[in-house]
Design a protein around this ligand. Structure first.
Ligand code: GTP
Ligand code: MG
Length: 331
């Protein structure tokens, strides 16, 4: 179960290109055996660049790319011609990717938008050609600059999903089903625990062309923080969500207890998760009648807004979206 095509951590060695050397060419032609210096500048070495791509959800495509090497800049030439810059290497990454220096842990870049470009490892500058060094005392400098060397560094890329609402619940609570009902996402849904092995994101359209993003993550069980079930690896994906929607099925023998277990696992993972706004959806209410629902209302945890929903009959789905929207905008 551990193997998956969802990769949220890669370590790669980035080597940017050296700058091309400047030229120390001296002009010569039929009429003029001793023309002046006309050496052009060297080209810049290729950068290693990160670029946000909203179509990507994982770092899987970078998993086997251990070394990323950009080309050097070309040398400057005669007649003031500048050498071509080395080709940049562009690494396309999902939104929410953070780049850190592997040795120092220092944050180098963070991708938060589609199309955003960040130079991760800059290429070396090209050297200046000899034409720049002509002066009144030295009419024919034979000196030109070498290019600046490129850099080599190990970089860690880590992905944290950016979503407004994170779904938190036991396996089989109906998280993926809700996502499939309110968004165009097509997560796998099945009547067994741990159907969802990797996070899914969906854009939820809301009244008047507004929208918010919902993240469906694998189910959490008691002991997840000690590695039970799928463990808590995926909990980091709700660290950046602004609100948490807890989901508990009407089939639960004890809703308040299930809520307590979920909170406890979150707290063990990262106490700051408890600072987030919380909402509760009681799911699969089509399985019970109004009578039972009334009884159940008495047993709910007291400290958070609660909606009884059914993804199958769509009961209170609009109300749930309203509540999410209001909570998001109240912050
Ligand atoms: N009756 C009823 N069944 C539902 C409803 N929502 C989900 N289910 C069923 O509950 C089962 C689990 O649904 P999922 O959406 O896969 O649950 P999940 O929370 O994503 O589960 P994991 O991915 O394992 O954590 C499936 O058989 C769904 O068809 C609902 O509103 N009513
Ligand atoms: Mg699921």
């Amino acid at each position: 179960m551990a193997s998956s095509n969802f990769i949220d951590y890669v370590k790669i060695c980035c080597r940017s290109g050296h700058g091309g050397p400047g030229s120390s060419h001296l002009h010569r032609d039929k009429k003029n055996a001793k023309g002046g210096p006309d050496g052009g500048d060297g080209g810049r070495g290729g950068h290693i660049i990160l670029k946000g791509n909203k179509q990507l959800w994982t770092l899987l495509h970078l998993q086997y790319q251990k070394h990323v090497i950009a080309k050097p800049g070309e040398s400057g030439g005669a007649s003031h011609s500048t050498g071509a810059d080395g080709d940049d290497v562009v690494l396309e990454v999902p939104i929410g990717t953070i780049a850190r220096h592997a040795e120092t842990g220092e944050k180098m870049a963070e991708i938060v938008e589609d199309g955003q470009i960040e130079i991760l490892t800059p290429g070396g500058r090209g050297g200046l050609g000899n034409a720049h060094f002509k002066s009144s005392t030295n009419q024919t400098p034979r000196y030109s600059q070498p290019g600046e060397p490129g850099q080599e560094e190990w970089v860690i890329l880590e992905l944290k999903l950016l979503a407004d609402v994170g779904l938190v619940g036991f396996p089989n609570a109906g998280k993926s089903t809700l996502l499939s009902v309110v968004s165009a996402a097509k997560p796998k849904i099945a009547n067994y625990p741990f159907t969802t092995l990797v996070p899914n994101l969906g854009v939820v359209p809301y009244r008047d062309y507004k929208s918010f993003v919902m993240a469906d993550i694998p189910g959490i069980i008691e002991g997840a923080s000690e590695g039970k079930g799928l463990g808590i690896r995926f909990l980091k994906h709700i660290e950046r969500n602004s609100i948490l929607l807890f989901m508990i099925s009407v089939e639960s023998p004890d809703i308040a207890e299930e809520y307590r277990v979920l909170l406890n696992e979150l707290e063990t993972f990262n106490p700051e998760l408890l600072d987030k706004q919380r909402l509760l959806a009681i799911t699969k209410t089509d399985l019970i009648d109004d009578e039972l629902e009334k009884e159940m209302r008495k047993t709910l945890p007291k400290d958070l807004p609660t909606v009884f929903i059914s993804s199958i009959t769509q009961k209170n789905i609009v109300q749930l979206k309203d509540l999410i929207w209001q909570t998001l905008n109240a912050e």
